[in-house]
Write a new protein. Structure first.
Length: 366
């Protein structure tokens, strides 16, 4: 008993400390009759907090502090994921599998936070961001898939009889959050971060100043993106097709690319079709041109994917989204190794296809 009291006290201490470092608000478990769904949402929200710290680590800003804070956010995300599995109805087979997948990403993220903190090297920071982005995606998806738990007493029995790492975090009171509020909260955080970084930049020079300016520029882009999202976001959590295919995929950095991601796309989260390209210069890898739409399995782990219907007949499939030609070339080599020998790099500027030579001129100019 003393062990559990100490453990709970430790977790609650972390929550209190983290709430002083984050403006984020979290859902109140008591507002949800389906507790598994509520815990899955909380797991996603804490994963998202960890994700923001992972992005800052990537830009060499306060590595130790951000690794420590991100690690604890990830640990709390794991605790809530564990709670979701404990109270889940056994009929929620798909949700349980997706929640376990989120847990794997969260466990990997913890190890990566520790590695980056210990080595002070950020070569694995993209992998860390990728892992937490996936954890957010999967935890939110699991929350939508969990079947209704009809008997609240049954939930209490499960909480009492099954072993778990922590006790009664659900008794903590958090204010209700909607997606719209989440965007608004993040905008406030960005404004505060920009103010602090711009003050810090005054006394910096050389490589330190360049690094800070890169972070500031990235935050300003994120600020514009979230402002646009708020205009179109209602007071709701997430709808599977629209939010997971569009909003939640934005969690993952545009530059993230892998050939080892299986099982992400399915009938509920399809490969995006005819999506609007971002402004500016974008390189993508054209994987193939087919007469029919193809399942994810055909692409053997290549991620992210997009498709475009051409002449209402054919389907062009592309992978990745890169702002630098060399990054696209590196991705092409990985795709070639998968057997797609005919794949090649394509370039777009403001949504229109251009030649590689034109793209390189834009890249050099900017």
């Amino acid at each position: 008993m003393r062990y559990w009291i100490l453990k709970l006290s430790s977790i609650l201490f972390f929550i209190i400390v983290l709430k002083t470092q984050s403006n984020a608000q979290f859902i109140n478990v008591s507002h949800y009759e389906n507790k598994a769904q509520a815990y899955a949402i909380l797991s996603a929200q804490f994963s998202k907090e960890a994700y923001f710290h992972a992005k800052t680590v990537k830009n060499l800003i306060h590595i130790k502090n951000n690794c420590d804070t991100g690690f604890v956010f990830t640990q709390l995300a794991l605790e809530y994921a564990d709670s979701a599995l404990i109270v889940a109805d056994k009929s929620s087979v798909e949700a349980i599998l997706v929640m376990k997948r989120a847990i794997n990403y969260q466990q990997n993220a913890k190890l990566l936070f520790q590695e980056i903190k210990n080595t002070q090297k950020t070569k694995t920071s993209n992998t860390l961001v990728f892992a937490l982005g996936n954890a957010v995606d999967d935890a939110y998806l699991a929350s939508l898939l969990f079947d209704f738990v009809e008997d609240s007493v049954n939930v209490e029995e499960k909480m009492e009889t099954k072993p778990r790492d922590v006790s009664r975090l659900e008794t903590d009171e958090f204010s209700f959050m909607t997606i719209k509020e989440l965007f608004g909260t993040r905008l406030v955080e960005i404004e505060d971060e920009l103010t602090n970084l711009e003050k810090e930049a005054i006394n910096k020079e050389g490589e330190d100043l360049i690094a800070l300016n890169m972070v500031i520029e990235q935050l300003k882009k994120e600020q514009v993106s979230f402002s646009n999202d708020m205009k179109n976001s209602g007071d709701k959590l997430v709808s599977i097709r629209n939010e997971l295919s569009e909003e939640m995929l934005k969690v993952v950095d545009a530059t993230i690319f892998t050939t080892q991601k299986q099982g992400f796309y399915n009938e509920n989260v399809p490969i995006p079709l005819n999506t609007e390209l971002p402004e500016g210069l974008v390189y993508k890898i054209q994987v193939g041109f087919f007469q029919n739409q193809l399942p994810e399995a055909h692409f053997d782990g290549i991620f992210p994917l997009a498709s475009e219907q051409v002449d209402n007949v054919y389907f062009r499939y592309t992978a990745g989204s890169f702002s630098v030609y060399q990054e696209a070339k590196n991705a092409l080599l990985e795709i070639n190794k998968k057997g797609y020998k005919d794949a090649f790099v394509v370039a777009y500027f403001n949504g229109k296809k251009i030649t590689i030579s034109e793209a390189l001129k834009f890249e050099i100019k900017n």
